[in-house]
Ligand binder design. Structure first.
Ligand code: 4AD
Ligand code: MG
Length: 432
């Protein structure tokens, strides 16, 4: 008899198989026992009749608790009412382990703190399972897109000597005899070195922000994908972002219909994520926000609330480009048509989700870049290596970075990013 998985069950219709997993739920009615079984790849109902089992096996079934680990053997039967399309007629059960007490996460409603304290167990819940699988699809689609478009994976360091995105949000530590080291905020600056060797690169890894923001969009540790390309202009940069996001959403729609159903996600909203995205300048966005009742100033950065208001107006993502230089990072190239602004963009996801990507063309002139470093009160010594990239073979180049958790939250339709990463790190949480 073959040991297989729930995901493979359709290939075994009419056969007896063994599955290894956990007891998700159960109910008993007289001589029939209904076991809701899961094995990580999916869920299936196993129906046991007392008549088909030995007394010991029937007793073993009665001893089960939620999340007991079990191996089940049964006959695969097509069942149009079952979500998987199949049901198992139970023939045997092997109990691997029975928990000594009831599972902490029950059917009743739990508050977010309780669930986060029990994150190591909460991960098994159906909704969390679905989110983790969508996250995996997004990661895979990202790698596929970049590899198909000749970007090379380049691993930026996590321990760094200086800031990439502003000095106020750094996690610092003592680094042997070499003073302070910081956890990276983004691999971008290192990717800029990578592209001068490889042409087009991307990185993908954990980044850290000691941000005192307690919002539904902020984590202190999250996963960022940065992409960068030599000779790419601001226009090229927008095109890559658009293609990538369209590809990611279409891949989730292809791979994760059942997960989206579990998450009760309205897929018609995702089906509308097609090129071209909405595009406006920062100045146009400010005018639009004022029309919508905001009192935002001409040169203000957009806050989370502004992004929410704006993105509710459209059913496609919005590029907002050319922000005032004063509210953006030192490395962004000025717009030649208006040097008070930069050749950058944020990409905002619809339905109120807001910023998922930040990107820009980079300053490629040595003197200009040095000037910006000084204006931002950064120490040029820390950026000597970065300035070298403008000393030796500087070229126009552009790139962007997405926040994986923001993408997962939007695509899954979640309230808060804390459910989008296996073990969220927030300003008030570092465990489990
Ligand atoms: O806009 P950010 O700060 O851009 C950069 O770090 C650039 N160096 C990227 C680049 O050009 N290569 O961050 C990029 C994205 C944001 O758009 C957002 O999606 C996400 O990272 N992000 C966060 N996600 C969760 N929690 C936080 N605290 C985040 N801060 C930024
Ligand atoms: Mg940003």
């Amino acid at each position: 008899m073959e040991t297989t998985t729930v995901s493979q069950i359709s290939q075994h219709s009419g056969q007896e198989i063994t599955l290894q997993g956990w007891c998700y739920n159960f109910r008993s009615s007289g001589k029939i026992f209904f076991l809701q079984f899961r094995d990580g790849s999916g869920r299936v109902q196993v129906v046991f009749s007392k008549a088909d089992l030995s007394d010991e096996q029937w007793e073993a079934l009665q001893s089960l608790r939620i999340e007991s680990s079990v191996k089940v053997t049964g006959l695969v039967k097509a069942d149009t009412r079952a979500p998987s399309g199949f049901e198992l007629e139970g023939k045997g059960i092997e109990v691997v382990q029975v928990a000594p007490e009831d599972y902490p996460i029950g059917k009743k409603e739990h508050g977010p703190d309780f669930l986060l304290d029990n994150r190591h167990l909460w991960l098994r819940s159906e909704k969390q399972w679905a989110i983790l699988r969508v996250r995996d699809t997004i990661i895979r689609a990202t790698y596929d897109y970049f590899h198909e478009n000749s970007f090379i994976k380049f691993d930026s360091p996590i321990l760094t000597p200086s800031a990439c995105e502003g000095t106020t949000e750094l996690f610092a530590m003592d680094y042997f005899d070499l003073g302070q080291a910081y956890l990276t905020q983004s691999g971008q600056l290192y990717l800029e070195a990578g592209i001068m060797s490889l042409g087009k690169c991307f990185d993908f890894g954990p980044v850290f922000r000691a941000e005192k923001s307690k919002t539904r969009r902020h984590l202190t540790e999250f996963w960022m994908m940065d992409a960068e390309a030599a000779y790419a202009t601001h226009e090229d940069n927008l095109k890559t972002q658009e293609e990538l996001v369209v590809r990611i959403v279409s891949e989730v729609l292809k791979q994760n219909q059942s997960e989206l159903k579990i998450l009760e996600r309205d897929v018609s909203v995702l089906e509308k994520i097609q090129a071209p995205f909405v595009r406006m300048t920062h100045a146009e966005a400010i005018a639009k926000l004022r029309e919508l009742g905001s009192d935002i100033g001409d040169l203000d950065d957009l806050g989370g609330d502004d992004e929410t208001i704006l993105t509710k107006q459209y059913d496609r993502p919005i590029f907002i480009e050319k922000y005032p230089a004063a509210v953006k990072a030192f490395y962004m190239k000025r717009d030649p048509a208006d040097p008070t602004r930069v050749l950058n963009n944020d990409l905002l996801a619809p339905e109120g989700y807001g910023e998922i990507i930040g990107g820009s063309q980079r300053e490629d002139d040595y003197d200009e870049l040095l000037k910006r470093i000084n204006e931002h009160h950064l120490d040029p010594k820390d950026f000597d290596w970065y300035l070298d990239l403008r000393r030796y073979g500087s070229v126009p180049h552009s790139g962007f970075g997405y926040g994986l958790e923001r993408l997962v939250a939007w695509i899954c339709g979640l309230e808060h990013v804390r459910e989008t990463i296996p073990f969220p790190r927030l300003i008030n949480r570092k465990s489990p």
